[in-house]
Design a protein around this ligand. Structure first.
Ligand SMILES: Nc1ncnc2c1ncn2[C@@H]1O[C@H](COP(=O)(O)OP(=O)(O)OP(=O)(O)O)[C@@H](O)[C@H]1O
Ligand SMILES: [Mg+2]
Length: 223
């Protein structure tokens, strides 16, 4: 029996647009252990984001399987996938993906409200997370009133609100200066030390150096 938190078996993803066909992933076999800190690097178009999306049930593969614990999340319905994302996975993206019309606090609360958490409890949890990330004074700011690093910290708080076991980050520092990026990586590292499984896709040498394990991708495969 595998003790992996996430495991892929011959995982492939093909995109078709018109007559053109792209194999974004080709038969990837990968095991990620519980509590691991994995960094994935590789050139543009290598399939890094595609892999991350499949690991987090954001998308489904063309063939092959993804297991989260013992559950095969590659063959479940869209609504089951949404539930897995809500309960088990936190995503952090390069461009934060915050909702512009909501405040920092409201952005952080949103996933837990969607999951059915009551307003007062959700607000309390969100406030605590903003505090943990040093943003207690920015709770009522909208994203346009926040710096890039602050927006990314809001996005991390949002990713944490449903207490996921797994954090998947796609170029989380790609849009930040190096000092701010450093701070974000330290935060993510801390979250890994608290026991969360952490996967970061990154181009940055500094992040790669801090990984528990480094994985290189090229042309839809792992080298
Ligand atoms: N929705 C899509 N439709 C068609 N092709 C796609 C789609 N998404 C990705 N691809 C193709 O799949 C391949 C892998 O894309 P992916 O986004 O996973 O690369 P990446 O390693 O994340 O690159 P980058 O470092 O630039 O973000 C690329 O060749 C890309 O053009
Ligand atoms: Mg990408």
């Amino acid at each position: 029996m595998s003790k992996a938190k996430l495991r892929t078996v011959n995982l492939s993803k093909r995109y078709k647009s018109g007559k053109a066909e792209v194999w974004a992933l080709r038969e990837v076999n990968l095991e990620i252990k519980k509590g691991e800190f994995l960094v994935i690097i590789g050139p543009s178009g290598a399939g890094k984001s595609t892999l991350l999306h499949l690991l987090g049930a954001l998308d489904s593969p063309s063939s092959g399987k993804v297991f989260l614990d013992k559950l095969n999340i590659s063959q479940i319905s869209a609504s089951q996938r949404a539930e897995i994302r809500r309960k088990k996975v936190g995503f952090v993206f390069q461009f934060y993906h915050l909702l512009p019309e909501f405040t920092a606090l409201e952005n952080v609360m949103l996933p837990t409200r969607v999951a059915g958490c009551r307003l007062r409890l959700a607000r309390g949890k969100a406030k605590k997370l903003l505090e943990k990330l040093g943003l207690e004074n920015r709770a009522n700011h909208r994203p346009s009133e926040l710096s890039g690093g602050e927006q990314q910290r809001v996005a991390i708080a949002r990713a944490l609100i449903n207490e996921p076991e797994i954090l998947l980050c796609d170029e989380p520092t790609g849009n930040l200066d190096s000092q701010t990026g450093e701070r974000i990586v330290s935060i993510l590292e801390g979250l890994n030390k608290e026991g969360r499984t952490l996967v970061i896709v990154s181009h940055e040498q500094k992040i790669a150096q801090r990984a528990g394990r480094l994985l290189k991708m090229e042309d839809g495969g792992i080298l």
